[in-house]
Design a protein around this ligand. Structure first.
Ligand SMILES: CC(C)(COP(=O)(O)OP(=O)(O)OC[C@H]1O[C@@H](n2cnc3c(N)ncnc32)[C@H](O)[C@@H]1OP(=O)(O)O)[C@@H](O)C(=O)NCCC(=O)NCCS
Length: 170
């Protein structure tokens, strides 16, 4: 089903909504208890104040209600890859899940990357997170490996999206 929502750039006033949506499902996304909602809000407020193009954080809104968000944040800290590699995060409010909002956001992120010189988008997804895996796989992402298990959580898969390039696992 096609969702009736718009995607707009997030501003600092959106930090509370972004943290609330994140908090609703952080345990599923990370397989462990999240910090407090206030800590999450402080984290995203800091990000919103400092993030610069080609990276960004966007909000999906239905009318004036936030229903999800998408981030593309820097993932490498050097002058070569710094502007060209991004880490993706997608979160949809529980009340809006399973009706196409997540797909709309990841498709938006793919297109934004392609149009803004981002060559590689990475995403870390727990193997148990079926919804997220299905969403990225059907939008052209490829799983390229797994991380070692750290604090006893489920296994993280490392997914990548390479705009305009048809990569296969080597
Ligand atoms: C992952 C997430 C963003 C998907 O958003 P969504 O709006 O519910 O997803 P969509 O409705 O666009 O559906 C995308 C695909 O996932 C599938 N899906 C959605 N929820 C599902 C569920 N609970 N179980 C299994 N599959 C599910 C859909 O069927 C669809 O696949 P299909 O087209 O092959 O049928 C959302 O579930 C979420 O916010 N999860 C918690 C946060 C998270 O894990 N984020 C990813 C880590 S960065």
């Amino acid at each position: 089903m096609q969702p009736y929502c718009l995607i707009r750039p997030a501003v600092t006033d959106d930090a509370k909504d972004i943290a609330s949506i994140w908090y609703e499902d952080a345990a599923r996304a990370f397989g462990e208890a999240p910090p407090t909602r206030d800590a999450a809000e402080a984290f995203y407020l800091k990000r919103l104040k400092t993030i610069e193009p080609p990276f960004g954080i966007w909000l999906a809104v239905e009318g004036s209600s936030p229903v999800g968000w998408q981030a593309l944040q820097p993932v490498r800290n050097n002058p070569i890859h710094g502007e060209r590699w991004a880490e993706s995060s997608t979160y949809v409010s529980k009340c809006a899940q399973n009706r196409g909002v997540g797909r709309m956001l990841i498709r938006f992120a793919n297109q934004h990357a392609a149009r803004n010189g981002i060559e590689l988008v990475v995403g870390l997804i727990l193997r148990t997170n079926i919804a997220s895996r299905r969403m990225v796989e059907s939008e052209g992402w490829l799983v390229v490996g797994t991380l070692p298990r750290l604090s006893g959580q489920d296994e993280y898969e490392y997914w990548v999206y390479t705009p305009g390039r048809d990569v296969t696992r080597t």
